[in-house]
Design a protein around this ligand. Structure first.
Ligand code: FEO
Ligand code: CA
Ligand code: CA
Ligand code: CA
Length: 661
């Protein structure tokens, strides 16, 4: 078996390692800081009280609180069994088609994909690599159309070793030229693609659409707004204003606002910076975020803004949320600094009771935190009036108590020690160093928070804690040491209001195989051999209140489940609460991202990221790292001269009804 790891696997392992910090609370500190919120418990009812007894088991009992119990046939589709092979799978009662692949032309002047003669100019007009988040904005805007809309897609990162013929196994640094780096940069960022469903029921990309657009770190100018915009710590030699920045990268999960803008997260931005930091004042800040990466993309050899010796403050211009208006192809995307700066997984949102917007966000690294931003102003029905809504509000970080309650702690300058005594001179400093501010408030370190989503059908919020191999000390929300499998936290906002600062929580499932008692998984007792999963990552929800969970086991798939990554429906209410069923299984080496329904639920888009890349050393019969010429699968083209290509798959039900029944 080859010990050689692929390009992507080497980066992926770094999420598991905690970042250096000086103020992380110990478990004992967390216990001491615990707040007994008895009045709140009474207010929220039985679910919270049960949670105090046993958060994991309570979750199954709590379902009798649910007003409308879902029927036990909540799944309504044939299960896809566990397994691993080179293709994707959907149930026999569903159909799947490839909608768009890496390299497919999307702008009017885009050349056809020629993988052996790729150029940065071509890539700038073609669909990018490693599709992650998918948002759907119905067209015309304001309609609930489910046959025409804009797909807003993140291209998180590149697997350079699978993109280029001749990529060397040894000394890959020698391979990079300006053009190779620019191709990678052009394959990052995002795509806006108009899609439409024809009379034959098939979805297609609308090639001539005026909306189609690429956003990249190579060629898309963006602005910074909010409290940190223009701050000296965001000023560089290239941008003395601290208000203009070239592009975005490592965009993972995301969100669509009620006014139809697209929120792009910036996740593992540290992997793009190299060189010796030349600004002593930023040393601790960079260290807390892992800048420079212990392994980095070589962009800094060709673009000096990624070289810390030349531009030591450039990293401070990443880690934000970017707001993009997909309905205006000429619009300039805006980085909204009020939402803080960290390795942000996603930004799904919900309205508060008084019509403000709450945005939930995870910081995906071992022992990092869960955040929420609540706007100061209300969402207006007039689209233009929301243009600056995300520039003012309160950023909170979560503290989970072992009794099943929790508190949102405000990250506000001047409060709770976030002041000069701790080196914060303004709200800008608090936002630039969000992690350090959260450390000081005693936020709860979590098992790698990935996607977070409110469930509109129930008002509850779900948090994917994907895994944490390094954990040794446990607590109620992170209950397992050496956690290879992850867990899903269910949050009930106090008073059912996303603006509230209190919540009750429980673990709806502890992932992994329930037939292996030694790993401590917890599922509904009805869970069968194929009705469980490991390493939850991306979420969406549906009208039945089901949580759709996409998994990312990375190279650890073999130990975590022995099955390829997939997309599962998880029942959150009724007698089946806490059991799951797989509707989509990815080809070997891929993770599943971006699950996204059309408004009527009859189409499901899923993003297959990095096919053939992860953990192929454990793929029986292959047992080595994939390369361009020798990949573990040629999905989805299955042509010997075409490498695997990250792609979006469209899933529909054969009966024309909602996907998943
Ligand atoms: Fe990009 Fe946290 O996965
Ligand atoms: Ca990913
Ligand atoms: Ca993710
Ligand atoms: Ca992930």
């Amino acid at each position: 078996m080859s010990e050689k790891k692929s390009f992507g696997e080497e980066f992926e392992e770094l999420d598991d390692r905690p970042a250096a910090r000086s103020t992380a609370p110990s478990l004992a500190d967390l216990w001491n800081r615990r707040i007994a919120r008895r009045g709140f418990l009474t207010g929220i009812g039985k679910a919270a009280l049960l949670a105090s007894a046993s958060p994991a088991i309570l979750s199954l009992a709590a379902c009798d609180e649910t007003p409308k119990a879902a029927p036990d046939d909540i799944f309504g589709f044939e299960p896809v069994p566990h397994g691993v092979d080179g293709d994707h799978h959907v149930p026999a009662d569903h159909l799947s088609e490839i909608l768009i692949r890496w390299g497919d032309p999307i702008l009017r002047d885009a050349p056809d994909f020629d993988v052996r003669n790729q150029s940065a100019a071509a890539q700038l007009a073609q669909f990018g690599y490693n599709n992650d988040f998918i948002g759907f904005v119905p067209l015309p805007f304001g309609s609930h159309a489910s046959d025409r809309g804009l797909l807003c897609v993140h291209h998180e990162y590149t697997n350079d070793d699978l993109m280029h013929p001749g990529y060397p196994a040894e000394n890959p640094a020698s391979f990079y030229t300006q053009e190779i780096v620019d191709i990678a940069m052009a394959a990052h960022g995002g795509s806006i693609v108009e899609v439409a469903r024809g009379e034959d029921g098939k979805w297609q990309v609308v090639r001539e659409s005026e909306y189609n657009r690429r956003l990249t770190p190579l060629a898309t100018e963006m602005t910074l707004s909010g409290p940190a915009a223009g701050h000296p710590r965001l000023q560089t030699n290239e941008d003395p204003t601290g208000r203009r920045v070239m592009g975005t990268f490592n965009n993972c999960a995301g969100g669509i606002t009620p006014w139809g803008t697209w929120l792009m997260s910036e996740e593992n931005f540290n992997f793009y910076f190299l060189g010796e930091n030349s600004d002593e004042a930023e040393k601790e800040n960079h260290k807390r975020l892992g800048v420079p990466g212990s392994r980095s993309y070589p962009w800094g050899y060709f673009h000096k803004r990624f070289n810390l010796a030349a531009e030591p403050r450039e990293p401070n211009r990443y880690g934000w949320v970017v707001e993009v208006d997909p309905l205006d192809p000429a619009s300039t995307p805006v980085k909204r600094t009020a939402l803080g700066r960290f390795k942000r997984e996603g930004c799904e949102n919900a309205l508060t009771k008084d019509d403000r917007l709450a945005i939930y966000m995870g910081d995906d690294q071992a022992f990092e935190y869960l955040y929420k931003f609540v706007t100061a102003g209300k969402v207006s029905a007039m689209r233009a009036e929301n243009a600056s809504l995300l520039d003012e509000g309160t950023l909170y970080v979560a503290r989970f108590s072992d009794d099943g309650t929790g508190t949102w702690l405000p990250l506000t300058f001047g409060e709770n020690g976030l002041d000069e005594s701790n080196g914060f001179a303004s709200q800008a400093d608090v936002l630039i160093e969000t992690r350090r501010a959260a450390d000081l408030l005693g936020a709860t370190p979590l098992d790698r928070p990935e996607d977070v989503t409110p469930n509109p059908a129930t008002g509850r919020v779900y948090v994917a804690l994907t895994n944490s191999k390094e954990r040794t000390e446990t607590n109620a929300v992170n209950p397992r040491p050496g956690n290879l499998w992850g867990q899903i936290v269910e949050i009930e906002p106090q008073g059912g209001d996303h603006a509230s600062t209190g919540f009750a929580w429980n673990l709806i499932v502890k992932c992994g195989d329930p037939a292996s008692p030694e790993i401590g998984a917890a599922w509904n007792a009805d869970t069968g051999a194929d009705g469980w999963f490991a390493c939850p990552d991306n979420f969406t929800t549906d009208a039945k209140g089901r949580l759709w969970v996409a998994t990312d086991q990375g190279s650890g798939w073999h130990a975590a489940s022995g099955s390829a990554d997939g997309l599962y429906a998880l029942a959150t209410v009724g007698g089946k609460r806490g059991t799951a069923r797989q509707i989509f299984r990815a080809p070997v080496g891929a993770e599943v991202c971006g699950p996204c329904f059309t408004p009527d639920g009859t189409t499901l888009f899923v993003a297959v990221q990095h096919p053939a890349a992860d953990g192929t050393a454990n793929y029986q019969g292959f047992e080595r790292a994939s390369t361009f010429d020798d990949p573990a699968t040629h999905w989805p083209d299955f042509k010997p001269d075409m490498p695997p290509r990250p792609s979006i798959v469209v899933i529909t039900a054969r009966n024309g009804g909602p996907v998943g029944g």
